[in-house]
Design a binder for this molecule. Structure first.
Ligand code: ZN
Length: 374
Protein backbone atom coordinates (compact mmCIF):
# COMPACT_ATOMS: atom_id res chain seq x y z
CA UNK A 1 0.00 0.00 0.00
CA UNK A 2 1.23 3.48 -0.90
CA UNK A 3 -0.19 6.83 0.23
CA UNK A 4 1.23 9.86 -1.59
CA UNK A 5 0.52 13.59 -1.71
CA UNK A 6 3.47 14.90 -3.73
CA UNK A 7 1.26 16.63 -6.31
CA UNK A 8 -0.67 19.86 -6.88
CA UNK A 9 -2.56 20.76 -3.67
CA UNK A 10 -1.53 17.50 -2.01
CA UNK A 11 -1.43 17.45 1.79
CA UNK A 12 -0.96 14.51 4.14
CA UNK A 13 1.71 13.11 6.45
CA UNK A 14 1.76 9.32 6.64
CA UNK A 15 2.43 8.09 10.18
CA UNK A 16 1.70 4.39 9.58
CA UNK A 17 0.34 2.75 6.43
CA UNK A 18 1.29 -0.86 7.15
CA UNK A 19 -2.20 -2.10 8.02
CA UNK A 20 -5.23 -1.24 5.81
CA UNK A 21 -7.61 -1.54 8.76
CA UNK A 22 -5.67 0.99 10.84
CA UNK A 23 -4.01 3.65 8.67
CA UNK A 24 -2.61 6.57 10.69
CA UNK A 25 -2.39 9.97 8.99
CA UNK A 26 -1.85 13.60 9.97
CA UNK A 27 -2.74 16.78 8.08
CA UNK A 28 0.25 19.11 7.65
CA UNK A 29 0.13 22.71 8.84
CA UNK A 30 0.15 25.57 6.33
CA UNK A 31 3.81 26.66 5.90
CA UNK A 32 4.79 29.15 8.65
CA UNK A 33 1.29 28.94 10.11
CA UNK A 34 -0.68 26.91 12.65
CA UNK A 35 -3.71 26.48 10.39
CA UNK A 36 -4.54 23.11 8.92
CA UNK A 37 -7.66 21.33 7.70
CA UNK A 38 -7.21 20.78 3.95
CA UNK A 39 -6.14 17.26 2.98
CA UNK A 40 -5.66 15.68 -0.44
CA UNK A 41 -3.85 12.39 -1.07
CA UNK A 42 -3.82 9.22 -3.15
CA UNK A 43 -4.07 5.68 -1.81
CA UNK A 44 -2.84 2.82 -3.98
CA UNK A 45 -3.34 -0.81 -3.01
CA UNK A 46 -3.92 -3.89 -5.17
CA UNK A 47 -5.68 -5.46 -2.18
CA UNK A 48 -9.17 -3.93 -2.36
CA UNK A 49 -10.09 -4.79 1.20
CA UNK A 50 -11.80 -2.38 3.57
CA UNK A 51 -9.48 0.55 4.36
CA UNK A 52 -9.88 2.49 7.61
CA UNK A 53 -8.02 5.80 7.58
CA UNK A 54 -7.57 7.76 10.80
CA UNK A 55 -6.56 11.43 10.68
CA UNK A 56 -5.17 11.53 14.18
CA UNK A 57 -4.62 15.29 14.56
CA UNK A 58 -8.15 16.32 13.46
CA UNK A 59 -9.01 17.69 16.91
CA UNK A 60 -6.14 20.22 16.64
CA UNK A 61 -7.27 21.53 13.24
CA UNK A 62 -8.42 25.10 12.58
CA UNK A 63 -12.17 24.34 12.74
CA UNK A 64 -13.00 21.30 14.83
CA UNK A 65 -16.71 21.92 14.28
CA UNK A 66 -15.99 21.38 10.60
CA UNK A 67 -15.65 17.63 11.26
CA UNK A 68 -19.10 17.22 12.85
CA UNK A 69 -21.48 15.60 10.33
CA UNK A 70 -18.75 15.91 7.71
CA UNK A 71 -18.16 13.30 4.98
CA UNK A 72 -14.86 13.28 3.06
CA UNK A 73 -14.82 13.13 -0.75
CA UNK A 74 -13.10 10.49 -2.90
CA UNK A 75 -12.58 9.89 -6.60
CA UNK A 76 -11.27 7.12 -8.87
CA UNK A 77 -10.97 9.22 -12.03
CA UNK A 78 -10.30 12.70 -10.51
CA UNK A 79 -13.45 13.94 -12.27
CA UNK A 80 -16.33 12.51 -10.26
CA UNK A 81 -16.04 13.05 -6.51
CA UNK A 82 -18.36 11.22 -4.13
CA UNK A 83 -18.83 11.30 -0.37
CA UNK A 84 -17.44 8.42 1.70
CA UNK A 85 -18.41 7.24 5.22
CA UNK A 86 -16.64 9.49 7.73
CA UNK A 87 -16.90 9.84 11.50
CA UNK A 88 -15.39 12.18 14.11
CA UNK A 89 -15.13 11.03 17.72
CA UNK A 90 -13.86 14.33 19.10
CA UNK A 91 -10.24 13.27 18.60
CA UNK A 92 -9.71 11.76 15.18
CA UNK A 93 -11.46 11.75 11.84
CA UNK A 94 -12.03 8.28 10.46
CA UNK A 95 -12.72 7.55 6.78
CA UNK A 96 -13.80 4.04 5.73
CA UNK A 97 -13.81 2.77 2.16
CA UNK A 98 -13.56 -0.54 0.33
CA UNK A 99 -12.11 0.70 -2.98
CA UNK A 100 -13.54 -0.52 -6.30
CA UNK A 101 -10.21 0.18 -8.04
CA UNK A 102 -6.56 -0.04 -7.02
CA UNK A 103 -6.03 3.73 -6.86
CA UNK A 104 -8.28 6.26 -5.13
CA UNK A 105 -7.92 9.95 -4.28
CA UNK A 106 -9.27 11.48 -1.06
CA UNK A 107 -9.76 15.18 -0.33
CA UNK A 108 -11.42 17.64 2.05
CA UNK A 109 -13.46 18.97 -0.89
CA UNK A 110 -13.35 18.48 -4.66
CA UNK A 111 -9.95 19.98 -5.62
CA UNK A 112 -9.58 22.78 -8.18
CA UNK A 113 -6.17 22.27 -9.79
CA UNK A 114 -3.64 24.88 -10.85
CA UNK A 115 -3.83 23.47 -14.39
CA UNK A 116 -7.61 23.92 -14.42
CA UNK A 117 -7.05 27.47 -13.14
CA UNK A 118 -4.82 28.15 -16.16
CA UNK A 119 -7.37 26.54 -18.48
CA UNK A 120 -10.09 28.79 -17.02
CA UNK A 121 -8.03 31.95 -17.61
CA UNK A 122 -6.85 31.07 -21.09
CA UNK A 123 -10.14 29.79 -22.46
CA UNK A 124 -11.74 33.01 -21.16
CA UNK A 125 -9.31 35.21 -23.08
CA UNK A 126 -10.57 33.72 -26.36
CA UNK A 127 -13.88 35.55 -25.82
CA UNK A 128 -13.98 38.91 -27.59
CA UNK A 129 -15.29 40.63 -24.44
CA UNK A 130 -12.50 39.31 -22.22
CA UNK A 131 -8.91 40.36 -21.57
CA UNK A 132 -6.44 38.44 -19.40
CA UNK A 133 -4.12 40.70 -17.37
CA UNK A 134 -1.19 39.86 -15.09
CA UNK A 135 -0.99 42.24 -12.11
CA UNK A 136 2.35 40.91 -10.83
CA UNK A 137 3.84 37.87 -9.14
CA UNK A 138 3.28 35.97 -5.92
CA UNK A 139 6.08 35.08 -3.48
CA UNK A 140 6.50 31.67 -5.17
CA UNK A 141 6.67 33.40 -8.57
CA UNK A 142 3.18 32.64 -9.87
CA UNK A 143 1.06 35.15 -11.80
CA UNK A 144 -1.65 37.17 -10.09
CA UNK A 145 -4.14 36.97 -12.95
CA UNK A 146 -7.10 39.28 -13.56
CA UNK A 147 -9.87 38.78 -16.12
CA UNK A 148 -11.42 42.02 -17.41
CA UNK A 149 -14.77 41.33 -19.05
CA UNK A 150 -16.50 44.13 -21.00
CA UNK A 151 -15.29 47.30 -22.69
CA UNK A 152 -14.10 49.78 -20.02
CA UNK A 153 -15.93 53.11 -20.20
CA UNK A 154 -16.46 56.03 -17.81
CA UNK A 155 -20.23 55.58 -17.78
CA UNK A 156 -20.10 51.89 -16.83
CA UNK A 157 -20.15 50.35 -13.38
CA UNK A 158 -17.05 48.49 -12.13
CA UNK A 159 -17.90 45.13 -10.59
CA UNK A 160 -15.20 43.12 -8.83
CA UNK A 161 -15.12 39.47 -7.79
CA UNK A 162 -12.34 37.64 -5.93
CA UNK A 163 -12.13 34.02 -4.78
CA UNK A 164 -9.87 31.62 -2.86
CA UNK A 165 -8.11 34.08 -0.59
CA UNK A 166 -8.32 30.97 1.56
CA UNK A 167 -6.90 28.39 -0.84
CA UNK A 168 -8.47 25.29 0.72
CA UNK A 169 -11.91 26.74 -0.06
CA UNK A 170 -11.88 25.27 -3.57
CA UNK A 171 -15.66 25.63 -3.95
CA UNK A 172 -14.92 29.33 -4.43
CA UNK A 173 -13.12 28.71 -7.72
CA UNK A 174 -15.79 26.25 -8.87
CA UNK A 175 -18.24 29.11 -8.21
CA UNK A 176 -16.05 31.39 -10.34
CA UNK A 177 -15.98 28.89 -13.20
CA UNK A 178 -19.79 28.90 -13.35
CA UNK A 179 -19.97 32.67 -13.03
CA UNK A 180 -17.40 33.30 -15.78
CA UNK A 181 -18.94 30.68 -18.06
CA UNK A 182 -22.32 32.41 -17.91
CA UNK A 183 -20.87 35.92 -18.15
CA UNK A 184 -19.05 34.96 -21.37
CA UNK A 185 -22.07 33.23 -22.93
CA UNK A 186 -23.04 35.41 -25.89
CA UNK A 187 -26.49 33.80 -25.93
CA UNK A 188 -27.27 34.68 -22.30
CA UNK A 189 -29.49 37.78 -22.20
CA UNK A 190 -28.65 38.63 -18.58
CA UNK A 191 -24.93 38.54 -19.35
CA UNK A 192 -25.33 40.67 -22.49
CA UNK A 193 -27.50 43.23 -20.72
CA UNK A 194 -25.00 43.44 -17.86
CA UNK A 195 -22.03 43.94 -20.16
CA UNK A 196 -23.83 46.91 -21.76
CA UNK A 197 -23.61 48.76 -18.47
CA UNK A 198 -20.82 47.19 -16.44
CA UNK A 199 -17.24 45.95 -16.64
CA UNK A 200 -16.24 42.92 -14.56
CA UNK A 201 -12.86 42.59 -12.88
CA UNK A 202 -12.44 38.98 -11.78
CA UNK A 203 -9.63 37.34 -9.80
CA UNK A 204 -10.57 33.63 -9.85
CA UNK A 205 -7.72 32.68 -7.51
CA UNK A 206 -6.35 35.20 -5.00
CA UNK A 207 -3.93 32.67 -3.52
CA UNK A 208 -2.30 30.43 -6.15
CA UNK A 209 0.72 29.67 -3.92
CA UNK A 210 -1.41 28.42 -1.05
CA UNK A 211 -3.53 26.45 -3.52
CA UNK A 212 -0.59 24.54 -5.01
CA UNK A 213 1.03 24.06 -1.60
CA UNK A 214 -2.09 22.35 -0.24
CA UNK A 215 -2.79 25.06 2.36
CA UNK A 216 -6.10 25.67 4.08
CA UNK A 217 -5.97 29.36 4.84
CA UNK A 218 -2.67 31.14 4.08
CA UNK A 219 -0.17 32.06 1.37
CA UNK A 220 3.47 30.93 0.91
CA UNK A 221 4.62 32.68 4.11
CA UNK A 222 1.68 31.74 6.31
CA UNK A 223 -0.26 35.02 5.93
CA UNK A 224 -4.06 35.01 6.04
CA UNK A 225 -4.80 37.28 3.07
CA UNK A 226 -8.28 38.13 4.32
CA UNK A 227 -6.73 40.05 7.23
CA UNK A 228 -4.38 42.13 5.04
CA UNK A 229 -6.66 44.59 3.26
CA UNK A 230 -5.89 47.69 5.33
CA UNK A 231 -2.09 47.42 5.11
CA UNK A 232 -0.92 44.82 2.58
CA UNK A 233 2.81 44.62 1.76
CA UNK A 234 4.77 43.27 -1.19
CA UNK A 235 6.87 41.24 1.28
CA UNK A 236 4.05 39.37 3.01
CA UNK A 237 0.86 39.80 0.99
CA UNK A 238 1.63 40.86 -2.60
CA UNK A 239 -1.60 39.13 -3.72
CA UNK A 240 -3.72 41.66 -1.82
CA UNK A 241 -1.34 44.57 -2.50
CA UNK A 242 -1.60 44.11 -6.28
CA UNK A 243 -5.37 43.66 -6.44
CA UNK A 244 -5.99 46.54 -4.04
CA UNK A 245 -3.80 48.89 -6.13
CA UNK A 246 -5.84 48.02 -9.22
CA UNK A 247 -9.10 48.57 -7.33
CA UNK A 248 -7.92 52.04 -6.23
CA UNK A 249 -7.00 52.82 -9.86
CA UNK A 250 -10.25 51.55 -11.42
CA UNK A 251 -12.84 52.03 -8.66
CA UNK A 252 -15.40 49.58 -7.31
CA UNK A 253 -19.22 49.79 -7.50
CA UNK A 254 -19.96 46.24 -6.33
CA UNK A 255 -17.70 43.61 -4.76
CA UNK A 256 -18.16 39.90 -4.10
CA UNK A 257 -15.51 37.85 -2.28
CA UNK A 258 -16.13 34.10 -2.52
CA UNK A 259 -15.35 31.66 0.34
CA UNK A 260 -16.29 28.34 1.90
CA UNK A 261 -17.26 27.76 5.53
CA UNK A 262 -16.03 24.66 7.37
CA UNK A 263 -18.82 24.39 9.92
CA UNK A 264 -22.17 25.74 8.66
CA UNK A 265 -24.14 23.49 6.25
CA UNK A 266 -25.70 26.39 4.33
CA UNK A 267 -25.01 29.01 1.68
CA UNK A 268 -25.10 32.52 3.08
CA UNK A 269 -23.82 36.08 2.70
CA UNK A 270 -21.91 38.24 5.18
CA UNK A 271 -22.53 41.94 4.64
CA UNK A 272 -21.18 45.32 5.61
CA UNK A 273 -23.52 46.25 8.46
CA UNK A 274 -20.57 46.98 10.74
CA UNK A 275 -18.60 49.37 8.50
CA UNK A 276 -18.58 53.07 9.53
CA UNK A 277 -20.20 54.17 6.23
CA UNK A 278 -23.13 51.75 6.43
CA UNK A 279 -26.37 53.62 5.75
CA UNK A 280 -29.92 53.19 4.45
CA UNK A 281 -28.71 53.09 0.83
CA UNK A 282 -26.32 50.21 1.48
CA UNK A 283 -28.92 48.38 3.57
CA UNK A 284 -31.50 48.69 0.77
CA UNK A 285 -28.97 47.37 -1.75
CA UNK A 286 -28.10 44.43 0.48
CA UNK A 287 -31.78 43.62 1.10
CA UNK A 288 -32.61 43.78 -2.60
CA UNK A 289 -29.63 41.61 -3.56
CA UNK A 290 -30.56 38.95 -1.02
CA UNK A 291 -34.27 39.03 -1.97
CA UNK A 292 -33.41 38.36 -5.62
CA UNK A 293 -31.09 35.50 -4.70
CA UNK A 294 -33.81 33.96 -2.51
CA UNK A 295 -36.22 34.18 -5.44
CA UNK A 296 -33.64 32.78 -7.86
CA UNK A 297 -32.38 29.63 -6.12
CA UNK A 298 -33.41 27.38 -3.21
CA UNK A 299 -29.68 26.81 -2.59
CA UNK A 300 -29.56 30.25 -0.93
CA UNK A 301 -30.98 31.18 2.48
CA UNK A 302 -30.68 34.11 4.85
CA UNK A 303 -31.61 32.66 8.26
CA UNK A 304 -28.31 30.97 9.19
CA UNK A 305 -24.93 32.67 8.96
CA UNK A 306 -22.35 34.64 10.90
CA UNK A 307 -23.30 36.87 13.78
CA UNK A 308 -23.91 40.40 12.53
CA UNK A 309 -21.26 43.02 13.30
CA UNK A 310 -22.34 45.81 15.68
CA UNK A 311 -22.54 49.26 14.04
CA UNK A 312 -19.06 50.61 13.40
CA UNK A 313 -17.40 47.43 14.70
CA UNK A 314 -16.55 45.68 11.43
CA UNK A 315 -13.02 44.33 11.02
CA UNK A 316 -11.72 46.49 8.18
CA UNK A 317 -8.79 44.16 7.48
CA UNK A 318 -11.30 41.84 5.73
CA UNK A 319 -11.66 42.30 1.98
CA UNK A 320 -15.41 42.90 1.81
CA UNK A 321 -15.39 45.32 4.76
CA UNK A 322 -12.37 47.27 3.49
CA UNK A 323 -13.81 47.54 -0.04
CA UNK A 324 -17.30 48.45 1.22
CA UNK A 325 -15.88 51.21 3.40
CA UNK A 326 -13.30 52.50 0.89
CA UNK A 327 -15.71 52.71 -2.04
CA UNK A 328 -19.04 53.10 -0.15
CA UNK A 329 -20.39 50.23 -2.22
CA UNK A 330 -22.31 46.98 -1.92
CA UNK A 331 -19.71 44.41 -0.79
CA UNK A 332 -20.52 40.87 0.27
CA UNK A 333 -18.56 37.84 1.44
CA UNK A 334 -20.17 34.73 -0.08
CA UNK A 335 -19.93 31.53 2.00
CA UNK A 336 -20.64 28.00 0.72
CA UNK A 337 -20.46 24.80 2.79
CA UNK A 338 -17.80 22.09 2.82
CA UNK A 339 -20.52 19.71 4.05
CA UNK A 340 -23.88 20.06 2.30
CA UNK A 341 -26.76 22.50 2.05
CA UNK A 342 -28.97 21.00 4.76
CA UNK A 343 -32.05 22.64 3.20
CA UNK A 344 -31.52 20.62 0.01
CA UNK A 345 -29.22 17.73 0.92
CA UNK A 346 -27.66 15.32 -1.58
CA UNK A 347 -25.99 12.53 0.42
CA UNK A 348 -24.16 11.10 -2.63
CA UNK A 349 -22.08 14.21 -3.32
CA UNK A 350 -22.97 16.78 -0.63
CA UNK A 351 -22.22 20.36 -1.60
CA UNK A 352 -20.15 19.85 -4.74
CA UNK A 353 -18.12 21.32 -7.58
CA UNK A 354 -21.15 21.26 -9.88
CA UNK A 355 -23.51 22.85 -7.34
CA UNK A 356 -20.93 25.57 -6.61
CA UNK A 357 -20.69 26.38 -10.34
CA UNK A 358 -24.48 26.56 -10.72
CA UNK A 359 -24.68 28.77 -7.63
CA UNK A 360 -22.09 31.07 -9.24
CA UNK A 361 -24.22 31.37 -12.38
CA UNK A 362 -27.20 32.46 -10.27
CA UNK A 363 -25.29 35.45 -8.92
CA UNK A 364 -25.38 37.04 -12.37
CA UNK A 365 -29.15 37.35 -11.99
CA UNK A 366 -28.85 39.12 -8.63
CA UNK A 367 -26.18 41.51 -9.95
CA UNK A 368 -28.35 42.28 -12.98
CA UNK A 369 -31.29 43.32 -10.78
CA UNK A 370 -29.23 45.77 -8.67
CA UNK A 371 -27.00 47.03 -11.48
CA UNK A 372 -28.91 50.31 -11.96
CA UNK A 373 -28.79 51.08 -8.22
CA UNK A 374 -25.14 50.38 -7.31
ZN1 ZN B 1 -12.60 31.83 3.69
Amino acid sequence: MQITSNFDSGNIHVVDASNPSNIQLEIKQDHQSEYFQWFHFKLHNTNRCEHVLHITNAAQSAYVKGWENYQAVASYDRQEWFRVPTTFDGKQLTITLTPEFDSVYFAYFCPYSYERHQDLLHSAQLNTHCQLDVLGQTLDGRDMSLLVVGEPSADKKNIWLTARQHPGETMAEWFMEGFIDRLLDNDDGVARALLNKAVFYIVPNMNPDGSVRGHLRTNAVGVNLNREWQTPTLDKSPEVFLVREKMLEIGVDLFLDVHGDEALPYNFLAGGEGIPSYDARLKNLEDKFKAILLATTPEFQDDKGYEKDAPGQANLTLASNWVGEQFKCLAYTIEMPFKDNDLLPDPAVGWSDERSSLFGRDFLTAIYHVSDDI
